[in-house]
Design a protein around this ligand. Structure first.
Ligand SMILES: [Zn+2]
Length: 202
């Protein structure tokens, strides 16, 4: 069996570690880059290096932002409603909710969900800073927009219990999102309806 030269094999292996990319696609991408103009691979390499080097997580909401900023653009924007806070699992979720244009408050990114099976507890997520933010008093509504999955629902329930004694309205995205799915795969109009129809969580 023919073996690929090491530099090519290394790139195939690196691509194959990415989500959604199988060995065939990994080989196709690597061979494409080998034949493509230098500019394509060097701009890809530069973008990959810049990805970690030039980004930070916002110290208030834990969304991803450009290195050098004190707060992310959303936290820093005085036009956004400081009384309304939307709690999501991942930075990707901020992106999809922003794309709907249906929410004008601020966000809090948990960076995961509670999962006893995978050993992920409250201290592994950005839950403590969330509770501190809410305790701060300026927030009147907390919209729990974790995914409509078992872990997403369990995390929302846990957060609701933690905030029970705080003086905030706690809402959940309306049903209608496919159960067990990720927000990032929901289409915009469904998501917009889920936002507009958000309900008191009980
Ligand atoms: Zn922020």
């Amino acid at each position: 069996m023919a073996v690929l030269p090491a530099p090519l094999q290394d790139l195939v292996d690196a691509f194959a570690r990415l989500p959604g990319i199988g060995p065939k696609t990994a080989s196709r991408l690597a061979f494409f880059l080998l034949r493509a103009p230098d500019e394509i691979s060097s701009s890809l390499a530069e973008a990959l290096l810049g990805l970690k080097r030039d980004t930070i997580t916002c110290p208030q909401c834990f969304n991803i932002t450009v290195a050098g900023r004190t707060l992310c653009e959303i936290c820093d924007n005085p036009q956004r409603d400081a009384a309304s806070l939307c709690v999501v699992e991942e930075p990707m979720d901020v992106l999809v909710l922003e794309a709907t244009g249906g929410f004008n408050g601020r966000y809090h990114v948990l960076h995961g969900v509670l999962s006893p099976i995978e050993g992920i507890g409250p201290d592994d997520l950005k839950i403590r800073p969330l509770l501190e933010r809410v305790r701060g008093g300026a927030i009147r509504e907390v919209l729990l927009a974790t995914n409509p999955s078992m872990e997403g629902d369990a995390t929302a329930l846990y957060l609701k219990q933690q905030m029970a004694s705080m003086n905030v309205r706690i809402t959940r995205l309306a049903r209608g999102l496919p159960v067990g799915s990720d927000l990032e795969y929901a289409d915009q109009s469904t998501l917009l309806r889920a936002l507009a129809g958000r309900q008191e969580m009980n």
